[in-house]
Design a protein around this ligand. Structure first.
Ligand SMILES: [Fe+2]
Ligand SMILES: [Fe+2]
Length: 221
């Protein structure tokens, strides 16, 4: 099994992630860099660990989380599919067996809300971890006036903190978000996140859990 540290130090991974960051910055999208990759990697592993999955499934989820947005180095469009193929090639080149590499490929290919479907425990954990990372530090451009910024930037700028809790005994996975409602209303948040939350619900169901969303301490679903 490949260590996460070896993956982070790999020259090919490094080069493609640098290109991915550069492209996303030029396009003016929210940050999809190493910070996001590291958080999604950690949270994907945490979800499966909390649910009592094996150390191997946890490690695979962590690797999938770290590599999940690598396809942004190719093109934002269909980045889940291009990233899945890239990850498979990188992992087998680094010595991973074909089957676990293919598990990661499948999870990455299903992480985006446009075509993604929770198809495995790893894929489900990755979907939830990815959609849970909402934070103001992800807005990279300089916003002169936050109130006239587009809704995507406003929603991210308003997010002070987001984190996940997993209650194995109750079979509930909860996404907690703290937002500054003077920047963005809860309705704005829903407008952007409705599709993502539906996918999180399906992902939690795959893990035999219920998905709950708590914004500013109020249980919404
Ligand atoms: Fe993505
Ligand atoms: Fe992502």
């Amino acid at each position: 099994m490949i260590e996460l540290s070896a993956l982070k130090a790999d020259k090919e991974v490094e080069a493609i992630m640098t290109m991915s960051e550069r492209q996303i910055e030029v396009l003016g999208f929210t940050e999809h860099s190493r910070r996001h990759s590291a958080i999604v990697s950690k949270w994907s592993g945490d979800i499966l660990r909390s649910l009592g999955k094996s150390a191997e499934r946890v490690r695979l989820a962590e690797i999938a989380g770290y590599l999940h947005d690598i396809g942004n180095g190719v093109n934002r469009m269909d980045h889940a599919q291009s990233g899945a193929i890239l990850a498979y090639k990188i992992l087998t080149r680094m010595g991973m067996e074909a089957e676990p590499a293919a598990e990661i490929m499948m999870a990455i290919g299903n992480h985006d809300e446009q075509y993604g479907i929770p198809v495995s425990d790893i894929s489900s954990a990755l979907i939830i971890a990815d959609k849970a990372d909402v934070h103001k530090s992800r807005v990279k451009k300089n916003i002169a006036n936050v109130y006239t910024a587009n809704i995507h930037d406003r929603v991210n700028l308003a997010a002070e903190r987001s984190y996940l809790t997993v209650e194995k005994e109750k079979s509930i996975i909860t996404l907690h978000i703290e937002i500054d409602t003077s920047i963005c209303s809860v309705m704005d948040y829903f407008e952007i996140y409705f599709g993502r939350m539906k996918l999180c619900r399906r992902a939690a169901e795959f893990l035999s859990c219920r998905f709950s969303l708590v914004i500013n301490g109020v249980v919404l679903v």
